[in-house]
Design a protein. Structure first.
Lengths: 119, 107
């Protein structure tokens, strides 16, 4: 059974940093691209970043480019999102998701972790 | 960037009724690389449809997707109580991946 479990969320001050983790199980982690998607309070879903299976390719939404870094540890089946220079508008529930091979739709999602940035 | 506009914002229906949700793209979504997701509060989103019309594993056949180009539709043939949720479309034909603003299906 595919399982994704996010952790690392919490309360952080404006300008601060936080690292999110997503532990994966039930599939061959290195074969899948993985993504982070967020949902701000009262808003819809927003794609944040994607990383290829090997970790060599990454892409970011303009809203986080230069501040967030996506990475993965395939030996430990874990996805990361390092968030620097956090702003109030980064407050959201952050979900990790597994992408369907060679596509971009997300076939499995985690339950999410809440990040709150105080001003 | 491909902007997805969903309508209506809210759909007020009763169990047993048919729901028709629309997703319009600002440019052609090539190869019908469009997915639909269901999202309930406090839960992980759930993929319903990919490739505009292919049902994901385990999704009941009352859910169907159609459309191509710039106009796509999610239809729920007969609403069950558990179907009341927010529904999002997503295009994955081009980066950045984008989601529509969502349609809330409420009783």
């Amino acid at each position: 059974e595919v399982q994704l479990s996010e952790s690392g969320g919490g309360l952080v001050q404006h300008g601060g940093s936080l690292r999110l983790s997503c532990a994966a199980s039930g599939f061959t982690f290195s074969r899948y691209a993985m993504s982070w998607v967020r949902q701000a309070p009262g808003k819809g879903l927003e794609w944040v970043s994607t990383i290829g299976g090997s970790g060599s390719t990454t892409s970011y939404a303009d809203s986080v480019k230069g501040r967030f870094t996506i990475s993965r540890d395939n030996s430990n089946n874990t996805l990361y999102l390092l968030m620097n220079s956090l702003r109030a508008e980064d407050t959201a529930v952050y979900y990790c998701g597994r992408e369907r091979p060679n596509m971009g739709d997300i076939d499995y999602w985690g339950q999410g972790t809440l990040v709150t940035v105080s001003s | 960037e491909t902007v997805l506009t969903q309508s209506p914002d809210t759909l007020s229906l009763s169990p047993g009724e048919r729901a028709t949700l629309s997703c319009r793209a600002s440019q052609t979504v090539s190869r019908s690389y469009l997915a639909w997701y269901q999202h309930k509060p406090g839960q992980a989103p759930r993929r319903l449809i990919y490739g505009a019309s292919s049902r994901a594993t385990g999704i009941p056949d009352r859910f169907s997707g159609s459309g191509s180009g710039t106009d796509f539709t999610l239809t729920i043939s007969r609403l069950e109580p558990e179907d009341f949720a927010v529904y999002y479309c997503q295009q994955y034909a081009s980066t950045p991946l984008t989601f529509g603003g969502g349609t809330k299906v409420e009783i």
